[in-house]
Design a protein around this ligand. Structure first.
Ligand code: PBG
Ligand code: ZN
Length: 327
């Protein structure tokens, strides 16, 4: 057998680390990352979240230190989730000027004025039934919830938040929040919309962390059906038209195709949420010694970027930033 005269040789560009770096199409940096923080009004010391090794709920008194650590690693921002001492049927803790998230925003900004403080803007952590808004019978009343979202977003802005991130998948939530923020003088507070959020089994560990499991039923009447692709584009375009400043796709790993499609169909910066169940799977396999955690996590983050993510919300953020710094 004789070889062909001309073999095209892609391997030529893989011969050395330097050559590989020169032709690398996608890169990852700490600035791409946003770290979720759970702040619990009812505790004085951190409590580990059993299903999310390495993640804890922290008391208000530790927010400053946590944010300083995040900033020192070059991570762009934090997203805050609050566990309030008291819950009620409508989630009024969400717009209490001394609510746990409002206090956490003030503590974070006082410690690190330059970091982006994002507040998840929803009601499931504040309602005694765990749904993402006001109930009408057993379903969430969309328009009654919009009015409360307006109050909540303005209250977070008054506390000094940099970005509000509505996550409840209510119709019209972006337009309603934009109008309320503008009317209150917060024309420069951007909205990061959880525009494409699926009704997902991957949120399980989060609901332990945030104490937000629905007391009955599920979120299928507001979050999206996992089979839908065209609807994702529709939701993203609607939120862009309503005035969103960032779009988000969530979860991330099982929805890489959606990340790419939404990126190609829209023009806003795009975030992806590498959610609690995705994190838990990797940590569990790593603890068993079945995968190389560092390698798998960095590869996954690069995959999100390659799929079109500009920003990644991830519980791995501190580890990733350290690995990038030390490599
Ligand atoms: C609140 C909210 C949830 C997550 C982010 N914001 C939970 C849910 O919708 O049930 C999930 C994050 C994660 O799983 O890491 N609406
Ligand atoms: Zn919610």
């Amino acid at each position: 057998m004789s070889l062909p005269e001309l073999i095209i040789r892609p391997r030529r560009l893989r011969t050395t680390p330097t050559m590989r770096r020169m032709v690398r199409e996608t890169t990852l940096s700490a600035a791409d990352l946003i770290y979720p923080l759970f702040v619990d009004e009812t505790i004085d010391a951190p409590i580990a979240v059993a299903s999310m090794p390495g993640v804890s709920r922290i008391p208000l008194s530790q927010v400053g230190d946590a944010v300083r650590e995040v900033e020192a690693l070059g991570i762009s921002g934090i997203i805050l989730f609050g566990i309030p001492a008291v819950k009620d049927a409508v989630g009024s803790g969400g717009w209490d000027e001394n609510g746990i998230v409002q206090q956490a925003i003030r503590a974070a900004k006082a410690a690190c004025p330059d970091i982006s403080v994002i507040a998840d803007t929803c009601f499931c952590e504040y309602t005694d039934h765990g749904h993402c808004g006001v109930l009408h019978g057993e379903d969430v009343d969309n328009d009654a919830t919009l009015v409360n979202l307006q109050r909540e977003a303005v209250s977070y802005a008054e506390a000094g938040v940099d970005i509000v991130a509505p996550s409840g998948m209510m119709d019209g939530m972006i337009a309603a929040i934009r109008q309320a923020l503008d009317a209150a003088g917060f024309t420069n507070v951007p909205i990061m919309s959880y525009a494409v959020k699926y009704a997902s089994g991957y949120f399980g560990p989060f609901r332990d962390a945030a104490d937000s499991t629905p007391a009955f039923g599920d979120r299928a009447t507001y979050q999206m059906d996992p089979g839908n692709r065209r609807e994702a584009i529709r939701e993203a375009i609607l939120d862009a038209e309503e005035g969103a400043d960032f779009l988000m796709v969530k979860p991330a790993l099982a929805y890489m195709d959606i990340i790419r499609e939404v990126k190609d169909a829209t023009l806003l910066p795009m975030a992806v949420y590498n959610v609690s169940g995705e994190y838990a799977m990797v940590k569990a396999a790593a603890e068993k010694g079945w995968i190389d955690e560092r390698r798998v996590v960095l590869e996954t983050m690069l995959g999100f970027k390659r799929a079109g993510a500009d920003l990644i919300l991830t519980y791995h953020a501190l580890d990733v930033a350290r690995w990038l710094r030390d490599s």
